[in-house]
Design a protein around this ligand. Structure first.
Ligand SMILES: Cc1cn([C@H]2C[C@H](O)[C@@H](COP(=O)(O)OP(=O)(O)OP(=O)(O)O)O2)c(=O)[nH]c1=O
Length: 193
């Protein structure tokens, strides 16, 4: 049995977890991501992170399991992954020239114990022209990402400033995750930090 399991099909989360320098298994949770519309963004990401981790926990009863979820929150609306090009266009247009918040929730399950936390990062976009939005849509990058952009890719050209954890925007706040795993008793060796 692997000691650590990432309950995610996101290539970004896999890449970020690799920074802990420990082996881990991947389990794609494929969970239903519908939630009560009255929940706050912090509650949404916490609920979905736990749902993803729980799904994997049935298969890996003796492992530390990590589930995570990311949404963008802007002008009272929760923006997930865009359904199509038009919805991506609308999201990018509304984010242009404004500051929004990215929420990432993380849940860790180990046996009967679990911990959850979330990070909020404020991201300010440059004013975007229609040409810039169309160029970005044509890059194909928006389509599997909350809020229709990826700060780690060409989306970096849209971003003026951020306040908070950059890695949380990409999908996994690894620094805090490492500390929570340690507090839960995860056996890091001397070869890790
Ligand atoms: C805002 C932003 C989001 N994202 C990504 C992180 C997440 O992968 C995705 C939000 O969707 P999620 O539903 O959180 O995750 P996912 O479907 O990609 O993977 P899984 O549920 O299997 O864990 O958006 C970026 O990569 N860069 C960004 O700048």
């Amino acid at each position: 049995m692997p000691n650590l399991v990432l309950a995610s099909s996101s290539p970004r989360r896999k890449e970020l977890l690799e920074r802990l320098s420990i082996p881990f298994a991947i389990y794609s949770p494929n969970t239903d991501e519908s939630v009560d519309k009255n929940l706050k963004p912090s509650e949404i990401v916490s609920t979905l992170a736990l749902r993803k981790a729980k799904k994997a926990a049935d298969h890996f009863p003796d492992s530390y399991i990590i589930g995570s979820d990311t949404v963008v929150f802007h002008k009272g609306k929760v923006l997930g992954k865009p359904a199509d090009k038009e919805s991506a266009r609308q999201m990018l247009t509304s984010l242009s020239g404004c500051t929004h918040s990215v929420f990432t929730g993380v849940s860790i399950i180990y046996g009967k114990s679990y911990r959850s936390f979330y990070e909020k990062t404020d991201v300010t976009f440059w004013e975007l022209s229609n040409e810039e939005i169309e160029w970005y849509l044509d890059s194909g990058e928006p389509f599997d990402k909350a809020g229709s952009y990826g700060i780690q890719g060409r989306g970096s050209l849209l971003v003026k400033s951020i306040k908070g954890d950059y890695y949380s925007v990409v999908g996994l706040p690894v620094g805090r995750l490492y500390r929570v795993l340690k507090a839960m008793g995860f056996p890091f060796s001397n070869n890790n930090i």
